[in-house]
Design a protein around this ligand. Structure first.
Ligand code: UDP
Length: 392
């Protein structure tokens, strides 16, 4: 229902699990901020997973666009979100729209707000690989959002520097830290078990765990098979280690993984895990192998070395500080790196003790404060350069 008590309405639009995880702490922070009220609109893309994350953080969406259609094209997602969210904004006007990251929903939400002259806040702004087609369509989406955003919440100084190169006025950029660290810290504090008896037993026995996640579109073309083959090889050579792989729901991904990993006794192919149990699993892992953006950010915060199975990353900070290794998708290289991390204590210790570059767990409060400023003064440029006023 439209609030008429003088508080400013701040709309959040999201549809996927990683967006929900990274937005939930911001919704909570806006809810705590005097004069602001959050309005949550979901796109219905990852329905079940989204409900789990919303429930975990006590968020009840105000409106669902119910956009999920089988075999949906990118055009279909953008057109549906643009029309659906636009209609919502016309019926229930808001004072700002917050989008996160690089999904097609984020792009469509920012565009709908721009069409109505509503200020756009971009959470996790400024990430770039420099290659418009890698990752696709994410690199394009985040650049499009950057063009219309009024407030760019960059997770790191490097991300803010990318925006500066693109001539975004410094007064519209704030370095906040990544909100995923806020969510992660909350989760590991509240969740003591993974709720999976096999994994909890292994943790109880002090068994070493390698956690693997794979889902990127650009890895489908052979990359996932390469990673799976590498993991199978190392698992066979290190039978004391338990490999846990919560599988992405996509049938294409599953069909690649099963033939190579099902026959290996110390590999556990699991269903996708709820967020807090997954964070507990990460916290108890010896090494993480992933192509996920969020997991690349979370593992260093838990002092767990990460092997990134991608050719490029828009999160170079973890590699730069020595917490992550970017290895591509060649099976020999992945297998050699993983085995080395399991057998070379010194290397493991060095990576585990690298600093966590993605924030201190207080990003959401900084973003809520900046939104509050934005809505009282409209243009942050008027209040001077905010880059560097907070977290690095
Ligand atoms: N995650 C989860 N359950 C799982 C696997 C991952 O909750 O079984 C979380 C993980 O902690 C991270 C997020 O999902 O915060 C990453 O999502 P994904 O890899 O799908 O997307 P990306 O981060 O690459 O955009």
């Amino acid at each position: 229902m439209h609030v008429t008590d003088g508080r400013k309405r701040v709309a959040f639009l999201y549809g996927t699990r990683p967006e929900a995880i990274k937005m939930a702490p911001v919704v909570a922070a806006v809810r705590r901020t005097p004069g602001l009220v959050p309005v949550v609109v979901t796109s219905g893309q990852h329905r079940e997973i989204l409900d789990q994350v919303n429930a975990l953080f006590g968020i009840v969406p105000d409106h669902d666009l119910a956009l999920l259609r089988p075999g949906q094209t990118l055009d279909g997602v953008v057109a549906g979100a643009l029309r659906g969210f636009g209609t919502y904004l016309d019926e229930a006007p808001v004072d700002a729209v917050v989008v996160q990251g690089d999904t097609s929903t984020a792009f469509a939400g920012a565009l709908a707000a721009y069409h109505r002259h509503i200020p756009v806040v971009h959470v996790e702004a400024g990430l770039r690989t420099g290659d418009l087609y890698s990752p696709f369509p994410e690199e394009g989406n985040r650049r499009f959002v950057g063009v219309v955003a009024d407030l760019h919440c960059a997770p790191t100084r490097a991300a803010a520097a990318n925006l500066s190169v693109e001539n975004v006025p410094a007064g519209r950029v704030i370095v906040t830290g990544n909100t995923v660290i806020d969510a992660l810290m909350w989760a590991v504090e509240h969740q003591r078990v993974t709720e999976n008896p096999l994994i909890d037993a292994a943790i109880g026995q002090g068994r070493r765990i390698v956690t693997v996640t794979l889902h990127r579109r650009e890895s489908w073309d052979g990359g996932i098979r390469e990673v799976a083959a590498a993991v199978a090889r190392v698992a066979r050579r290190q039978p004391d280690v338990l490999v846990v792989l919560p599988m992405h729901p996509n049938p294409v991904v599953r069909a690649e993984l099963r033939p190579l990993l099902d026959p290996v006794p110390n590999v556990h192919l699991a269903e996708p895990m709820s967020y807090a149990p997954f964070c507990r699993l990460l916290a108890c892992s010896t090494v993480v192998v992933t192509d996920s953006g969020g997991v690349q950010e979370e593992a260093p915060a838990l002092d767990v070395p990460v092997i990134v199975t991608r050719e490029t990353t828009e999160r170079p900070e973890a590699v730069q500080v020595g917490a992550a290794l970017l290895v591509g998708t060649d099976r020999d290289r992945i297998a050699t790196t993983l085995e080395k991390l399991l057998t070379d204590d010194l290397l493991h210790k060095r990576m585990a003790s690298a600093p966590s570059p993605f924030g201190d767990g207080r990003a959401a409060d900084r973003i809520a404060a900046a939104v509050s400023d934005l809505l009282s003064v409209r243009r942050l440029a008027d209040v001077g350069d905010r880059v560097g006023t907070s977290a690095s």
